[in-house]
Design a protein around this ligand. Structure first.
Ligand code: KIV
Length: 271
């Protein structure tokens, strides 16, 4: 029987066991109570309260503006809807890169004020001191390599990362450093599938891909992208499972029409 269907709660240990058994791990983002509850009830393994909230919830162009207070608000809302999934929360830009003590304080605020289970940080060797310090407080940490949207101004574009040998070698080394430091998992974003496969086989911890092919231990997508709520974003790796923007606009247009034509409310819909 599949491990994910036998456990009452998904923990980092369950994810590790899933990797060992070759069971794929499922992960999606959520930022609010209602969506998180649906994802949890549908049986998703991991919910990521991603700093992509900066884009899809707040409408910013990048993930940089979102604050720690904003992330805590989203994560606490998500946690109120979740019974079974493991919830991981992104540490936002500027709350962990400079100083490992600040990184620890940021992670502690997330754990104390949201009741989530883990945090995620972008970067490799450069942030390993922060990773270690957070881990030393007993807080599980997930890494994030490849396309790291918080560094968009360094790279200048959202194209596929680590196509050249130098960047691929650094990424492989960073993955080993994060695994060695004690991360419970790593997200690999938008890198060649063969490189992601190599990294996945080189570490014992689960590797979750987004635009990183099928040779990884699991997949993550941004909920609003896979449901077809976002409109402009259409990278090759994105599979849309619904066209909710059409459905939502259609429902709203029907409502407008009904109100204007006095068809809503009808006799039964009033007191
Ligand atoms: O913020 C986010 O949604 C993420 C995913 C793209 C992995 O980090």
């Amino acid at each position: 029987m599949a491990l994910h269907s036998t456990v009452r709660r998904i923990t980092t240990h369950v994810l590790n066991e899933m990797k060992l058994k070759g069971e794929k791990i499922t992960m999606l983002t959520a930022y609010d109570f209602s969506m998180a509850r649906l994802l949890d009830q549908a049986g998703i393994d991991v919910i990521l309260v991603g700093d992509s909230a900066s884009n899809v919830m707040a409408g910013f162009e990048t993930t940089l503006p979102i604050t720690l207070d904003n992330m805590i608000y989203h994560a606490a809302s998500v946690m109120r809807g979740v019974k079974r999934s493991l919830v991981v929360v992104d540490l936002p830009f500027g709350t962990y890169q400079g100083d490992s003590k600040e990184a620890l304080m940021s992670a502690i605020r997330i754990m104390k004020e949201t009741n989530a289970s883990a945090v995620k940080l972008e970067g490799g060797e450069e942030i390993v001191e922060s990773v270690k310090r957070i881990l030393s407080a007993g807080i599980p940490v997930m890494g994030h390599l490849g396309l790291t949207p918080q560094a968009i101004h360094k790279f200048g574009t959202y194209v596929v990362r680590a196509r050249d040998k130098e960047e691929a070698d650094k990424l492989k080394n960073d993955a080993l450093i994060l695994a060695e430091a004690g991360c419970f998992g790593i997200v690999l974003e938008k890198i060649p599938a063969s490189l992601a496969g190599e990294v996945t086989r080189s570490v014992k911890i689960p590797v979750i891909g987004i635009g990183a092919g099928g040779e990884v231990d699991g997949q993550v997508l941004v909920l609003h992208d896979m449901l077809g709520i976002t409109q402009e974003f259409s990278p090759r790796f994105l599979r849309r499972y619904h066209n909710l923007q059409m459905e939502i606009k259609g429902a709203v247009q029907n409502y407008i029409e009904d109100v204007r034509s006095r068809n809503f409310p009808n006799e039964k819909e009033q007191y």
